[in-house]
Write a new protein. Structure first.
Length: 423
């Protein structure tokens, strides 16, 4: 049986069938930045605003009860989706960035002292780097970075050597948004726990693409974003173990996060309200239900197989192009995306031509991984990232675009290209 999902599911995504580019069918290969949404999610957003909307946890009137109920149902659905035992271990934030900053500020500033170490990696997104730089500067803790191997995998020998009883937290991505590398999270967590360190997993690039089970991982903190998994922008999730979240002070202060306020102080609310100050992203959070329902109806394993087939095909074809360097490891160590760089063509120029002449949307730049690009001797790269609606024909459009751009910039730059075979 084909690893590919049926093409018919593309009909669920209005924007894929819209006339975005005057005559070109849209080839959307920028899913690692943000995905598109199916009709089911868009309809749910419209339905809530049309029929059920009011602020949550505020009033006893009917609409407030309805939106509160749906908001809390979404929290339960998210908890089940990631294997969390309790829904109050799921905090709605504004995104992965918001989730990581919450832990850095609340847990970090409370628990880190001079001499303590935070261990992160050279492949982190800026949002799992800068908050730790900030908290290190504030607390006197030291930030260390696990290097990568020549082929773009985490250097697990170096990781083992860097771990010590000084390590208080390991902050690591489950999938690199630039290299596509899938990191061995279960192993990382087991080794970190063995020295008494906690682990925060930046799961922005893995939750949308593969089954997540925080209980099986024994994960301490997990951060991800709705907009990378068919959900709305403006909502993210922080999962944290109950005992850890309970012991942490509130991050933002304001309405909803209190039990009682006096002029001279306050007592914080219980979880999860303690970390949801102010009016939360009500409708985006509710619409996460529809996104999760959609992903589960298609099946995370089926989505993963589909993307793997696309990655295998893209990798195989791209690796035959002279003057093009693929970043990161072989297909079996990666998922959902392929980044590459040209010797003689700047990523931005390339992406512009791809968009204007071929209708192919890719990401060009440093993808918020500037230190990693610097390490690889690059200032920018081009990234093609896939999701459940992408097709092998779209990889072909990308390849045609690359051939055309190379012909523009270096007329004889292209090596043989094997007989095209779809995965
Ligand atoms: N971490 C990783 C690995 C990411 O890919 C991204 C988004 N590019 C983020 C964090 C930040 O996510 P957000 O912008 O939704 O906060």
């Amino acid at each position: 049986a084909s690893a590919l999902l049926p093409e018919s599911l593309r009909a669920d995504f209005p924007i894929l069938n819209d006339d975005v580019l005057d005559g070109h069918p849209l080839v959307f290969l920028d899913n690692a930045a943000s995905t598109q949404r199916p009709r089911q999610v868009i309809d749910m957003i419209a339905r809530v605003y049309e029929h059920d909307y009011a602020n949550v946890h505020r009033g006893i009137h009917t609409l407030s009860e309805r939106s509160t109920e749906q908001y809390e149902e979404a929290r339960e659905k998210v908890a089940r989706f990631i294997g969390a035992a309790n829904s109050h271990e799921v905090i709605f934030t504004q995104g992965t960035t918001g989730s990581i900053n919450l832990v850095a500020r609340s847990w970090g500033e409370t628990n880190l002292r001079p001499g303590d170490e935070i261990l992160t990696t050279v492949m982190e997104h800026h949002s799992n780097l800068v908050p730790w730089q900030q908290v290190a500067a504030k607390t006197g803790a030291t930030l260390k970075h696990v290097p990568i191997t020549e082929d773009g995998r985490l250097d697990m020998d170096a990781f083992a050597k860097l771990l010590s009883d000084r390590t208080k937290l390991v902050a690591v991505t489950s999938v690199s948004n630039t290299l596509g590398t899938v990191n061995p999270i279960a192993e990382i967590i087991a080794q970190a726990h063995a020295v008494g360190a906690l682990v925060l997993v930046d799961a922005a690039q893995s939750v949308p693409h593969m089954v997540t089970d925080v209980a099986a991982w024994d994960c301490d903190f997990l951060a991800f974003s709705g907009h990378k998994m068919l959900g709305p922008s403006g909502v993210g999730i922080l999962y944290g173990k109950e005992a850890l979240l309970d012991a942490m002070p509130p991050f933002l202060g304001g309405g909803s996060m209190i039990n009682e306020v006096r002029l001279d102080g306050f007592t914080p609310a219980e979880l999860p309200a303690k970390f949801e100050a102010g009016t939360p992203p009500i409708v985006p959070a509710i619409a996460m239900s529809a996104a999760i329902d959609y992903l589960q109806a298609v099946g995370l394993d089926a989505i993963h197989r589909h993307e793997q087939a696309l990655v295998d095909y893209a990798y195989e074809q791209l690796s035959q192009i002279e003057g093009l360097r693929i970043l990161g490891p072989a297909p079996e160590f990666r998922t959902s995306l392929v980044s590459f760089a040209f010797e003689k063509i700047h990523a931005h120029e390339f992406a512009q031509v791809l968009n204007d002449r071929f209708g192919v949307a890719v990401r060009a730049g440093h993808h918020c991984t500037q230190p990693l690009h610097r390490l690889l001797g690059l200032s920018a790269s081009t990234r093609a990232s896939f999701y459940l609606y992408n097709r092998p024909e779209e990889v072909d459009r990308l390849l045609e675009g690359i051939a055309a751009v190379q012909a523009m910039f270096a007329p004889r730059g292209r090596k043989r290209r094997s007989q095209q075979q779809y995965p």
